[in-house]
Design a protein around this ligand. Structure first.
Ligand code: CA
Ligand code: CA
Ligand code: CA
Ligand code: CA
Length: 169
């Protein structure tokens, strides 16, 4: 449950590509997918890449690169790359991370026990870790600012609002 919330899904990543990028990637995928079964095998990738880059790289080098590519891209670990895996790889490579994704990492840094809320104690501890020594009173003040619904803990939505509103400026 927690993971589902914290993970940046493939679907989300793919949406970050522009329609133009999506189309070119689809073309590229089709070009690589020689037998047209919707999955790129290692051999398909090696053969296609060798055709394009055989003059620059040896087959060995290409095979190594493909192996690495499959290792990081094959999310469902079935040994081949489908179009979604292919596209999420490039979505990440084009460095269009889900903006929420980074924020969730920051949130997780504060949320030490991973219960999806930041308590007073957790905020204080995290601030200490960051080198900012706050008293309990100061922490309470900060909490009050961020804790919009006043329930004493900070949820991701509240955290996000705080980050986008630049309360610390
Ligand atoms: Ca194939
Ligand atoms: Ca796969
Ligand atoms: Ca917590
Ligand atoms: Ca709250």
């Amino acid at each position: 449950m927690l993971n589902k919330d914290k993970m940046c899904s493939q679907q989300k990543l793919v949406k970050l590509l522009t329609p133009k990028e999506t189309t070119s990637l689809e073309c590229l995928f089709k070009m690589f997918d020689v037998n047209n079964d919707g999955e790129l095998t290692r051999d398909e990738l090696v053969n296609s890449l060798f055709k394009f880059m055989g003059k620059i790289y040896t087959r060995e080098e290409i095979r190594d690169a493909v192996q690495k590519f499959i290792r990081v891209t094959d999310r469902n670990k079935n040994g081949t790359i489908d179009i979604k895996e292919f596209m999420s790889y490039f979505a990440i490579t084009f460095n269009k991370k889900d903006p929420d994704c980074e924020l969730r990492e920051v949130f997780a840094f504060f949320d030490e026990d991973n219960n999806n809320e930041i308590s007073h104690a957790e905020l204080k501890k995290a601030m200490n870790k960051l080198g900012a020594k706050y008293t309990d009173l100061e922490i309470s003040k900060i909490m009050r600012n961020i804790d919009k619904n006043g329930d004493g803990v900070i949820y991701f939505d509240e955290f996000k609002e705080m980050m986008s509103g630049n309360h610390f400026k």
